[in-house]
Design a protein around this ligand. Structure first.
Ligand SMILES: [Zn+2]
Length: 307
């Protein structure tokens, strides 16, 4: 197993195998990539571009994909996935970032959600395709990811990781995502499983097993939520929950775990809190043999490097 940081700050934290920097998160802000950190880019979730081009927002019968539309589980503004200028600009941007960092890890690669997008361009493209609605959406996402993979892997010679949302069964109907289409295009998969608590580890373990089955031999990375920008620490997952869910995902076969914080000092704080879980670390030794033990060994290794 590999363990990574996943942060909004461009600062590596000792004790992890790799660091993933949020070069362009869904708020749309862009930061320069770092030569020794992987770069995380959200493509269609992009508040800045949506503000500059409100006519590019994704459309549906239940309204546009503004973050204020409570008909959907949208936390940011989501652009139409066929908008040609945004697509072209993002391809150039991703290739450029790929040349300046060891790899690109993507989020928000897909249609906003079920029923998106019904803008005039999407309607015309669908009609012209002769395909069913779902198959046309799948083709749009797969072809764009193929173009992205060609830019990042083939031209920039960089690592390429596609991120998907934590829905193993209806990703196709909701987002136009077909895992079998994407598997040959990506080096590994990332599934973001953010939650403000992990009090029900049984479900997270089940999702891990589901994705392992669906991704076959392509590696599964899962991102866990520690603390995000502006969070009240009292409303974030406890260290005990994070340790337990990590061990249980490990025994279900996850290949990589990433931990999200806003700043680097919060990642060090998280390491200290994990070290302090003496009882849980002891109890979890019986959970799942070698794989679970890798998580516990990671925490033990932090004892030597975290003050
Ligand atoms: Zn559209």
């Amino acid at each position: 197993m590999k363990f990574g940081t996943y942060m909004f700050e461009n600062k590596k934290v000792p004790g992890f195998d790799f660091d993933l920097f949020r070069v362009k998160p869904e708020v749309g802000r862009r930061m320069p990539p770092e030569p020794d950190m992987y770069s995380n880019i959200a493509i269609f979730g992009d508040n800045v571009t949506a503000r500059n081009h409100p006519d590019w927002i994704s459309q549906s019968a239940l309204g546009p994909a503004w973050r204020t539309n409570d008909n959907f589980n949208v936390r940011w503004d989501i652009l139409c996935a066929t908008q040609p200028e945004h697509r072209a600009e993002q391809l150039d941007y991703m290739e450029d970032v790929a040349r300046k960092s060891p790899g690109i890890w993507l989020n928000s690669i897909h249609f906003a959600d079920h029923g998106h997008c019904i803008c005039p361009r999407c309607k015309a493209l669908h009609e012209k395709s002769g395909l069913s609605w779902y198959e046309w959406r799948r083709k749009e996402i797969t072809e764009y990811m193929a173009a992205t993979s060609e830019r990042v892997r083939d031209r920039a010679k960089s690592q390429f990781v596609i991120g998907v949302l934590p829905d193993p069964v209806t990703n196709y109907e909701r987002f136009g995502v077909n895992f079998d289409d994407l598997a040959p295009l990506t080096d590994e998969f990332l599934v973001v499983m953010f939650s403000k608590n992990y009090a029900t580890p049984w479900y997270w373990e089940m999702l891990t097993r589901n994705f392992k089955k669906l991704f076959k031999d392509v590696k599964l990375n899962i991102a866990l939520y520690v603390i995000g920008p502006g969070d009240d620490p009292r409303e974030t997952p406890t260290a005990s929950e994070l340790l337990t869910v990590s061990v249980r995902m490990a025994r279900a076969g996850v290949d990589g775990l990433l931990y999200l914080t806003d700043k680097a000092y919060q990642m060090v704080e998280f390491q200290k809190q994990m070290i302090a879980q003496k009882d849980a670390r002891e109890r979890l030794k019986s959970y799942g043999g070698k794989a679970g033990q890798e998580v516990l060994d990671l925490v033990t290794s932090w004892e030597k490097i975290v003050e």
